[in-house]
Design a protein around this ligand. Structure first.
Ligand code: ZN
Length: 392
């Protein structure tokens, strides 16, 4: 199973200069190869193949050691393949164009500013060093250097290709990975999962996973460091030390939380064939609670605390880890629309009262655990029946 991850890259000024040069050199190669094909057809009515052009690369590189010779051989082959694919589309387009309005035009020369990507085979001219729990990953690209990449989401699987891409003034690295689907033996069980603030997770089977304790202790340490840093003199060595300590502390929390997410997701994927969860919109939830200046959210103080808990829970990270693990294990994930899963009774659908955060009261069924009720609604909405485990 192949997946692509588009990640923002932050080259330094000199690296950016070299990356621009990388694109320009590949653009030259592309245009030269296109010129050769055109000429061959015009003069001799001969079609030049990818193989013909690839065979000339060695010579081209040797003749231009400070230009083409500096770049990755396989990346140059990719550029020639790209041109080949363009010609393929042109020939096919012409062949199928009878009676159709649109036809694929003859491949054109590309100006530098429109030539915006170079594809590398991983391990050959470009290497990927994952963030490993932190935020920054690195892509080492031949003739450019070791470039910082913001890895905002996990990149599971074996890295196959790395693509350097420019969009306006921004740079991206597109990482394509391959994960083997190692199907786990079916368990015959399915589950609805409710994500919470008070608890990390509640399943429709009634299983509860609490928020990890380390977040509380870490938060105390972080608040303390922030306070000391605010009091320290700007530009002082002490302030610099505190800033570094603060960054280290935050990184540790992120690592431990990610670890916790992986373990929790692993256990769920091992246990269930089908997993249902809400399409969670964390940004909407957090924005809504804080309100705006004109219309402050009700009880802003308490909700600000709630927001922080939501952010701490890192739900979007957990969801993407769970989805990736489920896919590579051949499990099914159903994302359900989240409206009203918490307030309607899972058994009869009646609207419940919610006197406290942790319980709902159904007019028919009485007091229910709010998160468990939510989890069972999610299961039901995903078509998994009431979500209760079948009798063992
Ligand atoms: Zn009910």
């Amino acid at each position: 199973m192949k997946r692509a991850y588009k990640l923002r890259a932050y080259p330094t000024r000199p690296q950016e200069g070299r990356a621009v040069r990388l694109l320009a050199d590949h653009c030259d190669l592309y245009n030269a190869a296109l010129a050769e094909r055109r000429e061959a057809w015009r003069m001799r009515k001969v079609r030049v193949s990818y193989g013909d052009q690839s065979a000339q690369l060695k010579e081209i590189r040797a003749a231009d050691p400070d230009g083409q010779g500096r770049h990755s051989f396989t990346a140059q082959q990719q550029t020639l393949r790209r041109l080949n694919a363009t010609f393929g589309a042109f020939y096919n387009g012409v062949r199928h164009a009878k009676g159709k309005q649109r036809r694929v035009g003859y491949p054109r020369f590309k100006p530098y500013q429109r030539y915006d990507q170079v594809l590398f085979v991983a391990g050959d001219g470009a290497n990927w060093a994952p963030a490993d729990g932190g935020r920054w990953a690195h892509a080492t690209v031949q003739a450019v250097g070791r470039v910082k990449v913001n890895q905002h989401r996990p990149v599971p699987g074996r890295v196959k290709t790395l693509q350097v891409k420019r969009e306006h003034r921004r740079w991206y690295v597109i990482v394509v990975t391959e994960t083997e689907i190692v199907a786990l033996p079916p368990t015959g069980r399915s589950v609805g999962v409710d994500v919470g603030v008070a608890r990390f997770l509640t399943s429709s089977d009634g299983e509860v996973i609490a928020n990890p304790q380390f977040l509380d202790t870490a938060r105390e340490r972080i608040v303390d460091l922030q306070r000391r840093k605010a009091r320290s003199r700007p530009g002082s060595g002490n302030r610099r030390r505190l800033r570094r300590a603060l960054a280290n502390e935050c990184r540790k929390v992120r690592n431990r939380r990610r670890d916790f997410h992986h373990k929790t997701a692993r256990a769920l994927v091992d246990t269930y064939d089908t997993l249902a969860l809400e399409k969670l919109r964390v940004s909407a939830m957090t924005a809504g609670a804080s309100g705006t200046v004109d219309h402050p959210g009700r009880n802003v103080g308490a909700k600000a605390g709630l927001n922080r808990s939501i952010l701490d829970a890192g739900w979007s990270q957990f969801t993407s880890i769970l989805v990736a693990k489920a896919e590579s294990a051949g499990r099914r994930v159903v994302l359900v629309y989240p409206a009203r899963t918490s307030i309607n009774c899972h058994a009869c659908g009646a609207r419940c009262a919610r006197p406290r955060q942790d319980i709902v009261v159904c007019p028919v069924h009485g007091e229910l655990d709010a998160d468990l009720n939510g989890a069972r609604n999610i299961a039901a909405r995903a078509g998994l029946g009431s979500g209760q485990a079948p009798a063992a």
